[in-house]
Ligand binder design. Structure first.
Ligand SMILES: Cc1ncc(COP(=O)(O)O)c(C=O)c1O
Length: 446
């Protein structure tokens, strides 16, 4: 939907157009050039959903503005095309340099979901083509749907034998189970998929240990690094493939990369112009890549300082939320960067439904999440919390608060101020619902 259509649908009384709390510039008069979109995070509500997407960094915005006015398809041979190609390859080098891999290992995609799909299905098809006996896929139960769903699909349509790896009550995979499963059927595993850090509860997985086990067994390990890169130390040379996404680290939406070890065979999912090592066809979005590169360079370079600051804010948030909501329960691991993402806080509020709580907080100007943005809106308990052994009722009473590079102490203050009233109202609504359910059950003779 373009901005003018959006503006058509939403007006405030003074004639300015308001979408949520984002004020849009006045509608351009007929014949005028497209008006700029005023997008000022300062005017927004308290934003505690950085794990869903985090604001564009100034350096990324500026780099993109410069690239947006340049014409050129990076596959064209003339001067404009070569200029576009140069910007693409410079972006690739910047990202590779920041991550510590070689540029040829960076395959650009249209985001984290595509990178995960390319890794999971691409590895499956290349590994089974080499040896049809490799039909097993090992994956953690707490993967994002971008990994979970292609694996389910492989099970349903390609005859993959999926082995789901359990997690403990903090959401961590047990390397011993991985070791057992790999040695139970030698030569029969196509791939292993375990994310670096979980998007809902922030738990960090023992990737170094898992990479070693997979390497010993000769099985490629795919790691979804979408939430981890830029937040915690990540060594992309450990797994065979690593998915990253620009908009989670201050770059633009709709662009990402799969870091794939040199020499690794990946069957392409899209066919066409053969861009990106013949693995991922499609004309490259040069301005987005330029913004992605600026964001990765800045975020990875600044990580130690920013993560320490974010973690201090998050710990303050935990302490103060537990103070104003004494019955609440923290979900996930407790500890430093090796155990939990610094910006992640995940809490259950027994007696309250998370969707009601989310809307009440939103009405009070505090934006939070029920978990993964991709599955938000679906009123089912989170598969991550269920895998951690949390019961469905408690799972449905949980919220994720995620902090990032624009977060301040004032954001924590705003949450702590809004929470008690939201909890009281959501609790009353929960009581009414439970009474209605009990009355219905009694009516039905249940
Ligand atoms: C862990 C994880 N993997 C993959 C994705 C999908 O990334 P993208 O939004 O770039 O498609 C997300 C997005 O929420 C995520 O958190």
């Amino acid at each position: 939907m373009d901005s003018v259509h959006l503006m058509d649908r939403m007006h405030d009384t003074a004639g300015a157009r308001v979408v949520g709390r984002v004020k849009l510039a006045a509608r351009p008069s007929a014949g005028a050039v497209c008006a700029p979109l005023a997008y000022d995070w300062q005017t927004m509500a308290t934003y505690l959903d950085h794990a869903a997407t985090t604001p564009l960094l100034d350096c990324a915005r500026e780099a993109m503005i410069g690239a947006l006015s340049a014409t050129g398809n990076a596959s064209s041979l003339h001067t404009a095309g070569r200029g576009a190609r140069r910007r693409v390859e410079e972006s690739r080098e910047t990202i590779a340099g920041a991550l510590g891999v070689t540029p040829s290992e960076v395959i650009f995609t249209a985001g984290g979901t595509e990178a995960d799909n390319l890794a999971v299905k691409g590895l499956w098809w290349s590994r089974t083509a080499e040896d049809p006996a490799r039909r097993r896929v090992l994956a953690s139960r707490v993967e994002h749907h971008a990994v979970l769903d292609p694996i389910h699909w492989l099970g349903e349509h390609e005859g993959a034998e999926v082995v789901w790896l359990d997690v403990d009550d903090e959401g961590r995979v047990d390397p011993e189970q991985v070791s057992r499963e790999l040695s139970a059927s030698p030569g029969q595993s196509a791939l292993v998929a375990v994310m670096w850090a979980n998007n809902e509860v922030g738990t960090v997985q023992p990737i170094a240990e898992l990479a070693e086990l997979c390497s010993e067994a000769g099985v490629p390990l795919h790691v979804d690094g979408v939430q981890a890169v830029g937040s915690i130390p990540v060594d992309p040379t450990l797994p065979a493939t690593l998915a990253i996404s620009a908009h989670k680290l201050g770059g633009p939406l709709g662009v990402g990369a799969l870091v794939a070890r040199r020499g690794l065979e990946l069957t392409p999912l899209t066919h066409g112009g053969g861009q990106e090592r013949q693995v991922r066809s499609g004309t490259l979005d040069v301005p987005a890549l330029v913004g992605f590169a600026a964001a990765v360079e800045h975020t990875v370079g600044d990580m130690a300082h920013r993560s320490a600051r974010t973690q201090a804010l998050r710990d303050d948030l935990f302490a103060r939320v537990l103070e104003v909501a004494p019955g609440s329960i923290v979900n996930g691991a407790v500890g430093g960067l090796d155990t939990r993402l610094p910006g992640n806080a995940h809490v259950s509020f027994p007696g309250c439904e998370s969707d009601a709580l989310l809307m009440l907080l939103d009405a009070a100007g505090v934006e939070v999440s029920m978990g993964s943005a991709c599955s938000a809106g679906v009123p089912e308990p989170s598969h991550v919390l269920l895998a951690m052994g949390i019961d469905p009722v408690r799972a449905r009473s949980s919220l994720r608060f995620s902090l990032g590079h624009t977060s301040t102490a004032a954001d924590v203050d705003a949450l702590v101020e809004a929470l008690p009233a939201a909890l009281a109202r959501a609790g009353r609504a929960g009581q009414v619902r439970i009474s209605a359910q009990m009355a219905a059950a009694a009516r039905d003779g249940g």
